[in-house]
Design a protein around this ligand. Sequence first.
Ligand code: ACO
Length: 219
Amino acid sequence: MEYKLIPADRYDDVIDHLRNTFFADEPLNKAAGLCRPGVGNRELEHHSLETLSDGLSLMAIDEDGRIAGVILNGILRPGDTERALAQLELSSDDNFKKIFELLYTHGLQSKLFSRFGVDRAFDVRILSVDARFRGQGIAKELVRRSERVARDCGFPIMKADATGIFSQKILRSNGFEMLSEQLYGKYTDAQGQIILPVEAPHIKLQLLYKRLDENEADT
Ligand code: ACO
């Protein structure tokens, strides 16, 4: 398996990969019924392309050059999440809104920037491995290599909204720690109904972080 930064001429392939993996089977997307396998989602594709344009994302490619997995990393600065939340109001995709309202409000409550006294974070937004290649350590390696990119670019901290038990395990094994968490069963509307009925074994969202200005480089 080869690991590389994702160049612009592979963005379409990345979107194709995500349509067949992450868009349908990431725990929150699945709970919201965001899209069927192979079918796109305009908002999520826009979110992915915006993140790709930060130039910090990596792909794992097999010997035929096909994408086996990706990690889409973006730059997060103070005020970005507030702006994204305001922008979300304009979305006509109710399922997309449900997911991102949870992620953004939870992110804001964690007060990442003031808590750690930093002015930018390396944001791990999408971690996705093709079903045919799962269980071979590709996601773990994508996270490990992302840390190198983040360190090389001088980021003081990495963060991720890990939505399922496996991404949480993978990030923790790469030295991430928990800042805050939200049980899906306790995320309810005014009538007490669970907003995102996420399937077991995934029970909570965790905001995980790793400080890079305090840790030794993990090579
Ligand atoms: N069942 C049991 N254990 C699992 C599973 C599984 N389905 N998936 C991963 N693990 C464990 C592995 O056993 C391994 O543990 P170990 O180091 O103790 O042996 C560890 O997690 C690392 O596994 P990898 O092989 O590196 O993970 P993989 O390459 O299979 O990719 C991923 C995991 C990305 C979660 C993949 O299943 C996927 O694409 N899922 C759908 C999309 C998704 O949920 N993405 C994460 C959302 S959060 C975010 O994007 C920031």
